[in-house]
Design a protein around this ligand. Structure first.
Ligand code: SAM
Length: 251
């Protein structure tokens, strides 16, 4: 049976992080038995079939999201999940299927143009405008209806045009999955979410450690590390940061 024991929040949180939980997830996926145990987990197996052929998220990254959604929200204030960069929606469908069973009050908001990347910055980004343009918005809408995932909302358009208004309606966020590959979009989707994150809420950066996404890493370095003084809770299989109020952290 899939069990994790270090997901309590304070007082083990140091600089906002629960290091033990980060080790348990990251080490367990990289060196331990979590991959096999998650594969055998019936809820994971039911939900992951929706991501097959519709997601470019690596399986261990998705498994880590599963661990956070399943074990990491205890003690957090109510809030929703946002995903910046949904593409064909596979990972959003997965998270919606998991939340429908574990957190029926939570919704998943999936942001994308659903028409591919906007203009990129060739001095930082390897991706180009139009990458991921085969998103298939109408097919994705059909799958959401067929699977009766009424907790999944697609927000179509440039983040820069949609997110601030959408987040006003969404309110609080427990998990922001940032999966948009390029400097401008990663920076924007972090910044726009900051005032919406619950205490202890998670920012998960899917692609900053990828060889093709130096711009995404620069956005993390410049904004989370240098500007906001944040420290990672987890670095494998992707970067995970937690929201915290430094004035309440006695460590
Ligand atoms: C790597 S894909 C997302 C993968 C997806 N999470 C999955 O499950 O396969 C990155 C997406 O970010 C979107 N994107 C990047 N910048 C954007 C922006 N400024 N506004 C809207 N969408 C953007 C692209 O259209 C693309 O679909």
């Amino acid at each position: 049976m899939l069990e994790l024991t270090h997901f309590e929040t304070a007082p083990t949180r140091l600089r906002g992080r629960n290091i033990q939980a980060g080790y348990q997830r990251g080490w367990g996926l990289q060196f331990g038995d979590l991959v096999g145990n998650i594969h055998r987990d019936p809820l994971y197996a039911r939900a992951v079939r929706l991501a097959r052929d519709r997601s470019v998220v690596a399986e261990q990254n998705r498994m880590n999201l599963y661990l956070i959604i399943r074990f990491g929200f205890a003690g957090l204030a109510p809030g929703h999940i946002v995903e910046f960069g949904a593409y064909r929606g596979g990972n959003a469908l997965f998270m919606a299927a998991v939340c429908r069973e574990l957190h029926p009050d939570m919704k998943i908001f999936a942001f994308d143009t659903f028409e591919g990347m906007p203009a990129t910055d060739p001095s930082r980004d390897a991706h180009r405008a139009g990458d991921f343009k085969d998103a298939g918005y109408h097919e994705l809408s059909y799958i959401i209806e067929r699977e009766k995932l009424d907790n999944l909302v697609l927000v179509r358009g440039l983040f820069e045009d949609t997110a601030a208004t959408a987040l006003k309606g969404i309110g609080s966020v427990r998990l922001n999955h940032i999966d948009c590959d390029i400097y401008s979009a990663v920076k924007f989707s972090y910044d726009v979410s900051c005032n919406h994150m619950v205490d202890g809420g998670y920012w998960v950066f899917d692609d900053s450690l990828y060889s093709s996404c130096i711009g995404a890493m620069e956005a993390v370095e410049e904004n989370l590390i240098q500007r906001d003084g944040r420290f990672a809770e987890q670095v494998y299989p992707h970067l995970v940061y937690r929201n915290w109020d430094p004035t309440t952290d006695c460590n």
